[in-house]
Design a protein around this ligand. Sequence first.
Ligand code: AMP
Ligand code: ZN
Length: 112
Amino acid sequence: MQDHDCIFCKIAKGEIPAAKVYEDDEVFAFKDINPKAPVHFLIIPKKHLASLAHADAGDAALLGKMLALAPRLAREQGAENGFRVVINTGRDGGQEVAHLHMHILGGPQPWK
Ligand code: AMP
Ligand code: ZN
């Protein structure tokens, strides 16, 4: 098995509840518990990868799939006029959860 102590592995397996946005055999997406924007969800691989720095060429299709899903899921979640994709990587990259995750941030920005 993969890392049993990893919170995002547990979310991907349904062992910890999350507000699911999307799921297929390789990818899981769920709302961020502490949203920084009107739309804020995370796209993760079901396979445990500690960070983007732990991915290699064999993960290219998986990473491409995650990225290609972003516009559709962002639109479905209400980010109709654009969004940001953020992948914090490693200690100096501000990564807090050691399972690769893509932040999708968007939604109406009434202050702009
Ligand atoms: P990062 O700093 O890129 O590692 O971001 C980790 C993100 O995971 C933060 O935005 C957290 O709010 C989010 N997060 C942590 N635990 C959970 C959880 N159980 N469900 C949803 N989001 C979470
Ligand atoms: Zn994990």
